[in-house]
Each structure stands twice: as structure tokens, then as C-alpha cells.
Ligand binder design. Structure first.
Ligand code: RIB
Ligand code: CA
Length: 310
């Protein structure tokens, strides 16, 4: 079976942790490295969280710390959702794993430059690391097979009326990536808000009974509580794993090519992904944007991948 080579760039983060679960053992995915960015919490915390998850689940993949600040704007975090640690809820054994000494941006550059152009870059946090890599070494751009990101929305945002967190947390980085000319699939809030992790889903995954199952339950215990407090939802939207589910089974999403531009100029709409699904502006299509998701298939993929942990 042809494996999809990926670099997963993330800001764990509860839903990032579930994305790591999907990427960690799936036979269709060759996870070359996990690069970390500040986003849901500060970099020291998001690195620690990634090390805890990979150590606990025995995912033997290197973790690289990346950018601790956005390219231009002032840093923001999402402690209201992910807690002070960035991964409140689960309790992990003493952490022994260490991050690699190499900076994430240098790992991205080196790995892409040495590749045959067959690597997919998946981002589930602010796009700072990938954008900085593109600026430091422009020759990596044609080497990127495709970018699959969780971020943005055709409709309204989740941290402002206009913007979704990953884009707004570093809109300039998103702008660099979205203007790179590489094939992009944008998994936005329009579909991730359809995969709400209701109590019955948590119970279903909890019945599997392995270490990943217990971690999923502990993660959702916090994530769903804060999502209810902040947004009033009965289940937390499981944003980030939708990217991996799409790579594992592309039929899970319906995507549409369209022009997408990142607003970095305005104040009120800073970080908006201006999507043009009806080609009003007759501009070149720059991304495949997720329009719908097979919710049942998505939860089946989550269950199938949790079961891979023995
Ligand atoms: O807006 C949702 C995104 O922001 C997810 O990636 C979540 O982890 C946070 O990073
Ligand atoms: Ca994230």
C-alpha cells in the first residue's frame, strides 16, 4: 500500500492530540516528524504536550519545537478552550522524551529539500513554521506535494465574526502559505463544526478500552466542557483530526476548488479567509475547500484508528 508521507505541524491542543492519534499508527500514513508551533498555548507547553502524547502512546516519531511567536502580530493563545497547560484533563506519567535539538523550521526545510517532492505538510495550528520555512528557503516550495490545513471558514469565524483561530493567530503566515502556489486543501469550520463530539461518541470510543481510548476520553472530558462553556455546544467540534481523516479516506470530505484570499490588511476582518465558491471575482482557484463531511464515516475513522493502539 502506498503510504502518504507527512509532516504534521500542530499546537497541541486537545484536537491536535487526536490528530496525532490518527497519524501515529495508521498504515496509510508515514509520519516523518511532528513540528510544534505556539498557538493553543505557548511553545513550551505545546511541545511538552506533544511529547507527552507521543511518549504515552509509544509513537516513535521525532518532535521538533518551532516558532514561539507569530511572524508579525502579537501572540495569542486559547487557554479558555485548552486550559493553562494547553492539554488540561489527561494526567501523564513522568515525561522522559525530549524534543529534537533541531528547530522545526530547519527540519521542515531539510526534509523537503532531501525529498522527491512527495511530502504532504499538514498544519493544524497557526502556519508560522511552514511560512518561515518558505521564506528561509524558497526552494522548498515546489518540493511540497500538497498542504492540508485545518483553518479558516467560508462562513463566520470562531475568534471573531470574520476569523478562525489558526488563521487569525498568524494571518501573515497563512498569507505566505496561501500565496505559495502549492496544492492546498482547506478544512475549515464549515465542516469541523459538524463533527461535534457528543457524550455518546465519547462513550463509544471509551468502550475500546486501550490506552488511546482512555486518552481520548480524558481529552474530551476537558475539551467538551470548555466548548460548552464558551460556545454552548453539547459536544466539542473535533477540528484537527478531520485533516488526517481526509488523508486516510478522502471520501470523508466533499471539497470544491475556489479562490481563497487571506485578509491581512483590515482590522475588523484580519485573519478572514475570503472564499469565493461562486467565482464572483473570476480569480484563480487557490485551494480545495471542504464543503461537507460524512460525519458517520468520520467517527468510524476515529474508532478504527483508536483500535490500532492494541
Ligand atoms: O479554530 C480551531 C483550531 O484552533 C484548532 O486547530 C484548534 O486546535 C486551535 O488550534
Ligand atoms: Ca490546533
Amino acid at each position: 500500500m502506498e503510504k502518504t508521507k507527512i509532516i504534521l505541524d500542530c499546537d497541541p491542543g486537545h484536537d491536535d492530540a487526536v490528530a496525532i492519534i490518527l497519524a501515529g499508527k495508521n498504515p496509510k500514513i508515514d509520519l516523518l516528524g511532528i513540528t510544534i508551533v505556539s498557538g493553543n498555548q505557548t511553545l513550551d507547553k505545546t511541545v511538552r504536550n506533544a511529547l507527552n502524547v507521543t511518549q504515552h502512546l509509544e509513537i516513535d516519531v521525532p518532535v521538533y519545537g518551532g516558532c514561539s511567536e507569530p511572524m508579525v502580530r502579537k501572540k495569542v493563545v486559547a487557554g479558555d478552550i485548552h486550559g493553562e497547560s494547553g492539554l488540561d484533563g489527561p494526567v501523564f506519567p513522568p515525561l522522559e522524551r525530549k524534543a529534537e535539538p533541531e528547530h522545526a523550521v530547519n527540519f521542515i526545510i531539510k526534509t523537503l529539500m532531501e525529498s522527491e517532492g512527495d511530502i504532504t505538510v499538514v498544519t493544524t495550528g497557526p502556519m508560522t513554521n511552514l511560512a518561515m520555512a518558505m521564506r528561509m528557503e524558497p526552494n522548498i516550495v515546489p518540493k511540497i506535494k500538497q498542504i492540508v490545513l485545518m483553518g479558516g471558514a467560508i462562513a463566520n469565524g470562531n475568534v471573531s465574526p470574520a476569523a478562525e483561530f489558526n488563521i487569525m493567530a498568524d494571518a501573515e503566515a497563512a498569507y505566505v502559505c496561501f500565496t505559495s502556489g502549492r496544492p492546498m486543501t482547506m478544512v475549515g469550520l464549515d465542516v469541523t463544526r459538524k463533527v461535534l463530539c457528543y457524550p455518546e461518541i465519547v462513550e463509544r470510543m471509551g468502550r475500546i478500552g486501550n490506552r488511546a481510548s482512555k486518552l481520548f476520553v480524558d481529552l474530551m472530558g476537558h475539551f467538551c466542557k470548555t466548548q460548552k462553556e464558551v460556545f454552548g455546544w453539547e459536544g466539542g467540534p473535533l477540528h484537527d483530526p478531520v485533516t488526517l481523516a481526509y488523508l486516510i479516506d478522502p471520501s470523508v470530505l466533499k471539497v470544491k476548488p475556489m479562490n481563497v484570499r487571506i485578509d491581512i490588511r483590515s482590522t475588523e476582518s484580519y485573519g478572514r479567509t475570503n472564499c469565493d465558491p461562486f467565482d464572483y471575482l473570476h480569480l484563480p482557484h487557490t485551494a480545495d475547500v471542504a464543503m461537507d463531511i460524512d460525519v458517520e464515516r468520520f467517527w468510524d475513522i476515529i474508532e478504527e484508528n483508536i483500535r490500532l493502539y492494541g
